[in-house]
Design a binder for this molecule. Sequence first.
Ligand SMILES: C[S@@+](CC[C@H](N)C(=O)[O-])C[C@H]1O[C@@H](n2cnc3c(N)ncnc32)[C@H](O)[C@@H]1O
Length: 159
Amino acid sequence: MNIKIVCVGKLKEKYFKDGIAEYQKRLSRFAKVEIVQVPDEKAPESLSPAQMEEVKKREGERILSKIKDKEYVYVLAIKGKERASEEFAKELKDLGTYGHSDITFVIGGSLGTSDAVNKRANDLFSFGKLTMPHQLMRLVLIEQIYRAFMINSGSPYHK
Ligand SMILES: C[S@@+](CC[C@H](N)C(=O)[O-])C[C@H]1O[C@@H](n2cnc3c(N)ncnc32)[C@H](O)[C@@H]1O
């Protein structure tokens, strides 16, 4: 399975980089995991609603340019569908069984994802109602992907 995580902006903190690298290494026996970072739109702190939409639109265009038609796309969104880790694991297994070998996850920038990105999603995936910083979300997501593979392999990692 080929897993791609498309995200906005460069990771700055070493502790995030180290955590993500650790799970990427652990996942390498199950899947090829690629992390694609698109540039964030430089903008002042205070923006009008129209300017915010414009930032999301521009970042969205960069995100969409990294996604091919054949990819099954989960867009991470607070208002998406929540599921348990076991349900997510089964979904990933089923996607593989039914011929989806290219799975892409999208994490929006600090303002979230554009309508165009949300429309491209095969699934809007919520990790709960809490708003997480997009950089932390990368680490949480990759751990959950690893957990899903461990569940599917019957490992005691998932208790
Ligand atoms: C800082 S959040 C954006 C907040 C923005 N107000 C919104 O509602 O989308 C940045 C990105 O992290 C991801 N994210 C943050 N918290 C999340 C959650 N609880 N579930 C799913 N994705 C989340 C989403 O991809 C989001 O676009």
